[in-house]
Design a protein around this ligand. Structure first.
Ligand code: CIR
Length: 263
C-alpha cells in the first residue's frame, strides 16, 4: 500500500479559454460564464498550492473549448506520463498540446497511439491498482493499449464499467486515500469497489462524487453539504470550490488538473 496515489509534488492546469462557451455538454443547462469560471479556477489553483505543491498554469487554448479539462489528456504515474487519445473528436488535439509540458517534467513520456480511445477521466489510480471504466469515450482497444504500457511498470489494470449515461468513470467516484473511495451508490452497486472502504455520496448529491484527494486536503465542489459532512466526519480535511460553470459542461474537480510526482 502506498500514499503515492494521493501525495503529489506537482499539478498541471490550463486556464479556461473564451471558447469555453462552446464546450461539450450532454444536456444544455446553460452557457458557462467565463469570468465566474476564471474565479473558480483561481480558487482551485490556490487550494492546490496551499498544500505546498508546484502548480503549472498553462495559457488558454481557444482552439479547444474543453481544454481546461486537462485530466483527460494524460495519465501521470510515478514511472512516467502517458498521453491519452481522447474519444471526443473535438478534443483529440488537446493531447498533443499537453505532451511537451509533460516532457519538460518527466523522463519517460509514452503515447496511446490508437486506433482505440481513452480519456483520463475514466481512470482511477488507487493504492493497489488502476481502474479503467469503459465509456462512450474509452473503448476496449484504448484500455488494452494502456494495459500494455502500465503492466511493465508494475501496475495492475482492471477494466470496469462507467454507468450508462455517465460521462466518465470518475464522474461518479474519487479516491480519498489509498484504500478509500467516495462513490455514488449507483456506481458502487456494480461491485467495482468491493474490498475497498467506500463512502457514498448523499442521496441527491451524486454530483459531489467527482472530488480529488490532493496531499492533505480533499477538494470538492461546493453545494453538497451532506456529503461534505460525511467526509469531515470521516476525518478528511475538505476544501470546497465553486463548480457551477464547469458543471454545465459535465466537469468537476478531477478534470481540472493532472496531479503527479515526476520521475
Ligand atoms: C467533455 O465533455 O469532454 C467536457 N465537457 C468535460 C470533461 C470532463 N472531464 C473529466 O471528467 N475528466
Amino acid at each position: 500500500m502506498t500514499d503515492a496515489s494521493f501525495r503529489f509534488t506537482h499539478a498541471v492546469t490550463r486556464r479556461p479559454a473564451a471558447s469555453i462557451t462552446r464546450g461539450l455538454r450532454a444536456i444544455d443547462i446553460g452557457t458557462p460564464d467565463l469570468a465566474t469560471m476564471q474565479g473558480h479556477h483561481a480558487a482551485y489553483i490556490a487550494a492546490l498550492r496551499a498544500t505546498g505543491a508546484t502548480v503549472v498554469e498553462l495559457p488558454p487554448l481557444d482552439a479547444f473549448p474543453d481544454s481546461v479539462f486537462v485530466e483527460d489528456t494524460a495519465l501521470c504515474l510515478p514511472q512516467g506520463a502517458i498521453i491519452m487519445r481522447p474519444g471526443a473528436p473535438t478534443r483529440l488535439g488537446e493531447a498533443a498540446e499537453m505532451a511537451p509540458h509533460l516532457r519538460a517534467l518527466y523522463t519517460t513520456v509514452a503515447f496511446i497511439t490508437g486506433p482505440g480511445t481513452i480519456e483520463g477521466g475514466d481512470i482511477l489510480v488507487t493504492g493497489r491498482e488502476i481502474l479503467v471504466g469503459r465509456s462512450a469515450r474509452t473503448d476496449a482497444a484504448g484500455i488494452e493499449e494502456l494495459r500494455a504500457l502500465v503492466t511493465p511498470w508494475g501496475h495492475t489494470l482492471r477494466e470496469v464499467h462507467t454507468p450508462p449515461g455517465v460521462l466518465h468513470f470518475k464522474t461518479d467516484c474519487s479516491l480519498l486515500d489509498a484504500e478509500t473511495i467516495l462513490s455514488t451508490k449507483r456506481l458502487a452497486a456494480s461491485g467495482c469497489f468491493d474490498g475497498y472502504r467506500v463512502i457514498h455520496t448523499a442521496d441527491g448529491e451524486e454530483a459531489a462524487a467527482n472530488a480529488i484527494r490532493f496531499n492533505d486536503t480533499v477538494l470538492m465542489a461546493g453545494g453538497f453539504p451532506a456529503t461534505r459532512d460525511r467526509l469531515t466526519a470521516a476525518g478528511y480535511a475538505v476544501t470546497e470550490i465553486g463548480n457551477s460553470e464547469c458543471a454545465k459542461l459535465d466537469g468537476g474537480m478531477s478534470c481540472l488538473s493532472l496531479r503527479f510526482t515526476p520521475s
